[in-house]
Design a binder for this molecule. Structure first.
Ligand code: GDD
Length: 305
């Protein structure tokens, strides 16, 4: 896409409406995604062996969608490879940063760029092949009835392949911790494959996001949910990288632990309220007013697992 000004700012932020499933959303409440105004932000640090393949797969599966690579001066030359990709494809753009400053700040830089260039949908995706670009259309389709769609590994239909037991336990434990501490009814608040309507990010002052590492994912999901934006989980398949190494570190985990504890301690929790909506259809989740703006695309009962 040639970047342009955003004139399309309508959203469906309606915190008072009891939630419903996609098929039940009246047509007038749907807002189709314009596939020409979607950008996929991909942060990179030492991903030279992964980026070309990820870019090719993304562009093949989603020909109208743009790609923004945010590279932190990777010592392995990923930034140069990104420049070469951009030179051969008008849909690819590159943002160079001076040094490694964390996943969260890389996304903030990418989002600011995307908002400035008028994209109406902004996607997060890893460069290492963990997220399947072929599943992006599923996320974008779900965005017709949502403001933030999270590709979830931990709802029925979601899957993780080839993760060591340590990572499995870390992710499940982190999500349990987040749900218990913050009360957010999401199964995969730490997931990094997601699509935002631009308004969700515009509403939040991005410059005030302080999360540097992977707790950025929790930070933004939580902020969107608390502000009444409709958050939806759809199942995805996450495949552990085959090349390169994860940048997950003890510091990243520690940051997530203390930040979530801090948010929980300093923010008034939503009070649990009696269920007012009972949906007896077997394939639809039961929602309380507390989780009115969260839906999951499979047969799950919302609440804490
Ligand atoms: N620019 C930049 N990119 C970074 C940085 N740190 C990581 N990245 C990039 O961010 C992506 C994800 O990093 P990985 O280190 O590969 O993540 P992971 O261990 O596979 O973690 C996955 O699970 C997390 C927890 O569920 C997710 O939060 C995360 O997004 C990801 O999907 C990769 O494209 C990686 O190059 C950084 O400091 N700067």
């Amino acid at each position: 896409m040639t970047p342009r000004n955003d004139t399309d700012s309508a959203t469906h932020r309606d915190a008072t409406r009891a939630d419903t499933t996609a098929d039940m959303v009246p047509d007038q409440e749907r807002k189709r995604v314009d596939p020409n105004r979607v950008v996929v932000c991909v942060p990179t640090y030492n991903e030279r062996d992964n980026l070309p393949d990820t870019a090719r797969r993304l562009r093949t599966a989603n020909p109208t969608v743009d790609l923004l690579v945010i590279d932190d001066a990777s010592p392995d030359g990923t930034g140069k490879i990104a420049d070469e990709l951009a030179a051969s494809d008008d849909h690819i753009h590159v943002l160079h940063r001076e040094g490694k400053s964390g996943l969260g700040t890389a996304y903030v830089a990418g989002f600011s760029w995307a908002l400035h260039h008028g994209y109406t949908v902004i996607v997060e995706m890893d460069a290492d092949g963990s997220h399947q670009p072929e599943q992006l259309p599923r996320l974008l389709a779900a965005l017709d009835h949502a403001d933030l769609v999270i590709g979830s590994r931990w709802i029925p239909g979601g899957e993780v392949r080839n993760w060591p037991r340590r990572r499995f336990l870390l992710s499940r434990g982190a999500n349990l911790y987040v749900r218990a501490a913050l009360g957010i009814p999401l199964r995969d608040a730490t997931a990094g494959f997601r699509a935002y309507r631009a308004d969700v990010l515009r509403d939040r002052d991005l410059h005030r996001v302080t999360s540097q590492g992977y707790c950025f994912q929790v930070d933004l999901a939580w902020q969107a949910w608390r502000r009444g934006f409709r958050v939806r989980e759809v199942p995805i398949t996450f495949v552990e990288r085959e090349r390169g190494t994860s940048k997950m570190s003890n510091a990243v985990v520690a940051e997530a632990l203390w930040r979530v504890a801090w948010w929980a301690a300093t923010t008034r929790r939503h009070r649990p309220t009696p269920k007012t909506t009972t949906d007896t259809t077997p394939h639809e989740p039961l929602h309380t007013p507390q989780d009115r703006n969260v839906t999951q695309d499979r047969n799950v009962t919302s609440g804490h697992a």
